[in-house]
Design a protein around this ligand. Structure first.
Ligand code: FAD
Ligand code: DHB
Length: 404
């Protein structure tokens, strides 16, 4: 059976769910198709750092009630190298901006709840999703429902929000797609630990044995990461080996230490930079990880997905309110400015903080010099801070944006 809606959204990650909610507020109906179940998407542990702009947007859209109650505002981060820790005061360097620690799957739960509260469905556990007629006036999405029946949605626009491994990007003919990619020779090993806070603020550590990161989820649940071989397996890392490695990489010369606890989850993430410049093809618009990937070091992926969707929702709202397509026509060009800024920042943070196989002493000295400069020069620290808390939405406009 076919249905018709203005916008078909493929993927119920942060990008797809936020877009559905923002469109709903503009009175624009959509369907959301998701290949996983509700319990799976609400349980997948991923990002934790929300930029100031992301928090403000969720609040303005009436989606931030629990985030405001349970999220923890951080005003600084720590850089640790040569066994010493230096604080970057994010707020004083950016005119009072901050970041909020609130887990991605909690954002997902809030967005799903808001969508369902508004009486709109999300189709979970769909399969065999195919996008059709992208270059015509009436594209469609064919898929198989959880119960095995076939379905088709006809629409005016398709939003491809199905992440890096989704079908949307690859529905654009290869000859029309312009892509750029960089793989890194390491991955991140992530753990969730039942333990008290190791640090009030995040610690990014650069050690001779590799990068480590101390983050948090709640006063009793901590999130830690360390650089590993991308071909490593979780089984190769029994708890004792993990603790040894983390203690070594996080050690300081003032005796700082942290409490171990029960590890409740272990996972390995590959590191990649990727941009598909073709963020629009006919009536298909890509947003979030479907169009670009950053290595997680700068904590930008989710926030960049939010920035895309904010832009796309506004452009679609203009189309339906006035029939004007100028913002839709500019979508890819404008979104890519922020994408490339975040790509650079994430690549730069990654390059500065990780060990590269085969790197020489020259490379190592450059890293340490960069870290020293960052922690001693206000100008250098400001460059890190304003990117980390998130540049204003309109920072590339000549007549707007710009931190004081
Ligand atoms: P996704 O979250 O990937 O959502 C896509 C959805 O589409 C998924 O639910 C998927 O099941 C669904 N889907 C896939 N294929 C189909 C299909 N064929 N049909 C229907 N549905 C489909 N970002 C930050 O900003 N801050 C951080 O601190 C941070 N830390 C991170 C730490 C780690 C370890 C990792 C792995 C990532 C981190 N990120 C971080 C990145 C962030 O998690 C992603 O950028 C974010 O999830 C992108 O959202 P999205 O909605 O674009 O894509
Ligand atoms: C977290 C993830 C990141 O990629 C990062 O840079 C900081 C924190 C986290 O999961 O808490």
């Amino acid at each position: 059976m076919g249905t018709r809606v203005p916008v078909a959204i493929v993927g119920a990650g942060p990008a797809g769910l936020l877009l559905a909610n923002l469109l709903q507020r503009e009175g624009i109906e959509s369907v959301v198709l998701e290949s996983r179940s509700r319990s799976e998407i609400e349980a997948t542990v991923r990002a934790g750092v929300l930029e100031q702009g992301t928090v403000d947007l969720l609040k303005e859209a009436g989606l931030g009630e629990r985030l405001v109650r349970e999220g923890v505002v951080h005003h600084g981060i720590h850089l640790r190298f040569d066994k010493r820790t230096r604080r970057i005061d994010l707020s004083s360097l950016t005119g009072g901006r901050s970041i909020t620690l609130y887990a991605q799957h909690e954002v997902i739960k809030d967005l799903v709840a808001a969508r369902l509260r508004a009486g709109r469905a999300i189709e979970f556990s769909v399969r065999d999703v195919h996008l059709r007629d992208l270059e015509g006036d009436s594209p469609s999405v064919r898929y198989r429902r959880a119960d095995g029946t076939e379905a088709v949605v006809e629409c005016d626009f398709i939003a491809g929000c199905d992440g890096y491994h989704g079908v949307s990007r690859n529905s654009i003919p290869a000859r029309s797609r312009v892509e750029h990619t960089r793989a890194y020779p390491f991955g991140w090993f992530g753990i969730l630990v039942e333990a008290p806070l190791a640090s009030e603020e995040l610690i990014y550590a650069c050690h001779d044995r590799g990068f480590a990161l101390v983050s948090t989820r709640s006063p009793s649940l901590q999130r830690l990461y360390f650089q590993c071989d991308p071909a490593d397996s979780v089984e190769a890392w029994p708890d004792a080996r993990i603790w040894d490695e983390l203690h070594t990489r996080l050690e300081t010369d003032d005796g700082w230490t942290f409490q171990e606890g029960r590890i409740t989850q272990k996972n390995i993430v590959a590191m990649r930079s990727f941009v598909c410049e073709t963020m629009r093809h006919g009536r298909l618009f890509l947003a979030g990880d479907a169009a670009h990937i950053v290595p997680p070091t700068g904590a930008k992926g989710l926030n960049l997905a939010v920035a895309d969707v904010r832009r796309l929702a506004a452009a679609l709202a203009e189309h339906y309110a006035s029939g004007r397509d100028a913002a839709l026509d500019r979508y890819a060009t404008d979104a890519l400015r922020r994408v490339w800024r975040c790509e650079h920042f994430s690549w730069w943070m990654t390059s500065m903080l990780h060990r590269f196989p085969g790197e020489d002493s020259f490379h190592r000295h450059l890293q340490v010099s960069q870290l020293e400069y960052l922690t001693q020069s206000k100008a250098a620290a400001t460059a890190l801070a304003e990117n980390y808390v998130g540049l204003p939405w309109d920072w590339t406009n000549d007549n707007g944006g710009g931190l004081q």
